[in-house]
Write a protein that binds this ligand. Structure first.
Ligand code: NAI
Ligand code: MG
Length: 372
């Protein structure tokens, strides 16, 4: 029996070809794993009305981790129009399988390392080595939303939040609300993971990126929790910054930062900016991580216009594969893979269009595999 069971989820579009690239390096590394194909994506929405079938969730509950390519999502009406005739008009609503996966399997944080590999012509600056810890299960993306805002709800909320009275002249229909939920449990576990990561990987600081001067309660709770946790990690400094100012600092002095931790929406924004500083979507890897399970995916989507052309950059997927190896405890293989990727980038011979080259997706994967 193989040492690991890995759910293999190429998904849609270029998800398929970058996963092929991942398999080339995994085979070369001779990882002792069984790769179990799992259904996810648009085809399953169209034909079954469910982009993340229950059998995939069941499988994920049995494996060590999952590796995922990309999915296609479309707006509500368009999604319904593409259902097979038998499923049309049955009241099905499309839900993003990746968001559901994070919630259903309690993959409560999203880890996004962004490193400037020497020789990458797309680096904004050399010496960038950032890691974003984005809360994945609560915050402004908790799904607690209201429209219209009913009178009884408004009256009740006003008792506790008098500021709502400022909108008394607005009709419930003309008002929408999204609630930002932060829990002690959620704040504690993500901030703790960030400190543990900083300690393990030798980062001297953890930067909490929030907005406590305005979001007094939710960001305030994050700050209180962070200060408490820092006491358990005396060798690591806690820096506290505001999300807006942080955007400026990231462009001015990105090399000053290392591990950053933040809520769901701010993390979404911060991680896209961080990725662009080191080459953009072709280099952006990520992991959705919980206590027992993790699903790794490149940040990019299915890029339909390139699907099947084998021209997109697989480095994002290969760096994602490296993260998976790290998480499995296959440290030597993870280091070897990262060194090979760095070597190919530095040499600058084999590169895809986004880096100014003409190599194919699989050329890059093969060049990386050759160095292993
Ligand atoms: P996208 O990430 O698929 O592509 C945007 C553009 O970025 C591409 O047209 C291409 O120019 C570039 N790009 C992306 N990956 C690249 C790579 N590996 N190498 C080189 N260039 C690359 O985002 P888009 O076009 O907004 O969305 C397309 C579909 O993907 C949509 O259906 C969207 O919902 C879905 N999506 C899925 C995600 C996921 O699976 N987690 C994340 C983002 C979008
Ligand atoms: Mg995003």
């Amino acid at each position: 029996m193989a040492k690991y069971k890995i759910a293999w989820m190429p998904g849609d579009g270029i998800g398929q070809e970058v996963m092929e690239a991942a398999r080339i390096v995994l085979d070369k590394l001779q990882l002792d794993a069984e790769y179990l194909p799992a259904d996810i994506g648009w085809e399953f929405w169209r034909t079954e009305g469910e982009a993340l079938p229950q059998r995939t969730i069941d499988l994920l509950n049995e494996v060590d981790c999952g590796l995922f390519g990309a999915i296609t999502s479309k707006p509500k009406q368009e999604a319904e129009n593409e259902l097979i005739p038998e499923l049309q008009g049955t009241g099905l609503t499309y839900r993003s399988p990746i968001v559901r996966l994070r919630q259903k399997l309690q993959l409560y944080y999203n880890l996004r390392p962004c490193k400037a590999y020497p020789g990458n012509p797309l680096n904004y600056r050399e010496d960038i080595d950032l890691v974003v810890f984005r809360e994945n299960a609560e915050g402004l993306y908790s799904g607690v939303e209201f429209h219209p805002v009913e009178d009884d709800l408004r009256e009740m909320m006003k008792k506790y939040a008098p500021a709502l009275g400022n909108f008394d002249d607005v009709a419930g229909d003309d008002m929408a609300m999204t609630v930002r939920v932060v829990t002690m449990r959620g704040a504690d576990r993500i901030i703790r993971r960030a400190f543990e990561y900083a300690q393990k990987h030798g980062y001297p600081t953890v930067t909490l990126v929030e907005k406590p001067n305005v979001l007094r309660e939710t960001s305030g709770m994050m700050v209180r929790v962070a200060r408490e946790i820092q006491k358990e990690f005396p060798s690591i400094e806690l820096w506290e910054t505001n999300i807006d100012a942080q955007m400026m600092w990231m462009l001015k002095n990105p090399e000053n930062y290392g591990v950053m931790v933040t809520g769901n929406l701010f993390g979404d924004i911060l991680s896209d900016l961080s990725a662009q500083l080191v080459g953009g979507l072709g280099f952006a890897s990520s992991g959705n991580i919980g206590d027992e399970l993790a699903v790794f995916e490149p940040t990019h989507g299915s890029a339909p216009k390139y699907a099947g052309k084998y021209i997109v950059n697989p480095h994002a997927m290969l760096l994602t594969t490296k993260m998976m190896l790290d998480w499995l405890g296959e440290t030597e293989k993870a280091i070897a893979l990262e060194n090979s990727i760095a070597g190919v980038i530095k040499e600058g011979k084999v590169k895809t269009y986004d880096m100014g080259g003409k190599s194919s997706t699989l050329d890059v994967a093969n060049a990386v595999a050759e160095r292993l």
